[in-house]
Design a binder for this molecule. Sequence first.
Ligand code: ATP
Length: 406
Amino acid sequence: MGTEVDRNDGHLPNTAEDDLRKLEEDYASLRDETQQLINERTTLEAEMRTLRKRIERLDENVNLLKMPPLIVGHIQDVLDHERAIVRSSNGTVFQVSLNQRLDPEKLKPGTRVALNQDSLSVVELLHEAWDPMVSGAEMVEKPSIHYEDVAGLDEQVESVREAIELPLVKPELFEKVGIVPPKGVLLVGPPGCGKTLLAKAVANHTNATFIRMVGSELAQKYIGEGGRMVRELFSLAKEKAPSVIFLDEIDAIGAKRLDGSTSGDREVQRTLMQLLAELDGFDALHDVKIIAATNRPDILDDALLRPGRFDRVIEIPIPDDASRKAILKVHLASMNTKKVAVGRIVERTNGYSGAELKATCVEAGMIAIRDGRSAVSQQDMLDAVSRLDNKRSQGRTTSSPEALYS
Ligand code: ATP
C-alpha cells in the first residue's frame, strides 16, 4: 500500500479513493439507520409498556366483572367485634361475621354495608346514599329572588316570614316565650300567583339550603319507594340544615284517603303516611322548615292540615287591582319602557295571574323587537293584553283558576 501511495504522489489511486468514500458513506448511512432502529425500539418498548399496563387494567376489570355481586344491607346491631346482625335489602335479618379490617368505630346500627353473597359477611362499609331524585332536588345555586320581587302579597310575605324565617334566624325569641314555632306553612292558590316565588325568597333570605320536590315525583310505582324517598328527603334536609323543603303540588300525594282504592292509590297513601310521620317526627329540629304548595286545597287530606303539621294555611289569591299594579311595576322595572301608564293595563287585566302579567310584559317586549324598536310603548302593552286575552279565551273553558277559587 505504502509503495502505491508513494508512486501516486501521496494520493490513493482513484478507484481505491472511491471505494473508501463509498465505504464511509455506507458506514454513515448504516450508523443513521442503527440510530433510527434504536429510536424505534425505544418507542416500541414504551408502547409495549403502556399496552401491558392496559392489559393489566383490563384483566382487573374482567376479574371485577366475574366477581359475584355484593348484597347491600344495613347493620341492625353489632354483637361483638366479630359478629353483627344485618338486614339485607330484601328485608331478611341475619347474624353474620365482620371483616376484621373494617373500622369498628364506623360499624354502627344503621350503617349501609356490602355483604358477601354466599356467607353474607360484611365486606365493605358504604356511604349513606340518597336517591338521585332526592339529592338532585337540592338547589345548589341560591335563588336570587328577594321579598321585593314578590309583589302585591305583603300580608302573605309577612305571614311566611313569621312562620319560617323568624324561627330559623331567631329561634331564641320562641324559646323565651316558650312556644314551639310552626313546622311549616301550606300555600294555597291558583297557578302562577307566586307560591314558588315566595318560597324562593324565603330560602334566599334565610341562607338556608333550598330543597325543591314536586309531589308527583314522590308518587312512585313500586311499593315502598315513595315512602323511602320521603324519608331520604327529610334526612337530606336534616343533614343540610338549616334548610327549607319546598314541596310543590302536595296534592299529588296528599289527597284525601278513600276506601276501595287501587294498589297504586295505596302506595300513594303509604307515601302520605310517611310524610305525616316525618312531619310529626322532627319537632326537635327547628332548622328544617317546610313550605308546601297546592292548587287544590279542597282535595287535601285533613290529617295534613291538623295543628302541628301545616299549622298555617296561607292563601295566595289571584291578584286584585292593587296587586296587579305592583306586579306589573316589578316586571316593567327591568324593561326599557316609554310612557307606559300602568293604570290602564291594570284595568284591562282583571283576573290575570302574576305569571300571566309577566307573560304580558314579555309579549309586549317581543312586539317592540319585531317592530325594530328598543323601548316598549303603551300600545305594545295593550296589544300584548289582547293577545293574552285571546289565549285565555281559547285555553279556559271550565276550569279557570277564578272559577275554582271563587
Ligand atoms: P304553580 O302553582 O303553577 O307552581 P306558582 O304559584 O308557584 O304556580 P310561580 O312559579 O311563583 O307560580 O310564578 C310564576 C312566575 O310568575 C314567577 O316566576 C314570576 O315571574 C311571576 N309572578 C307570579 N306571581 C308574582 C308576584 N306576586 N309578583 C311578581 N311576579 C310574580
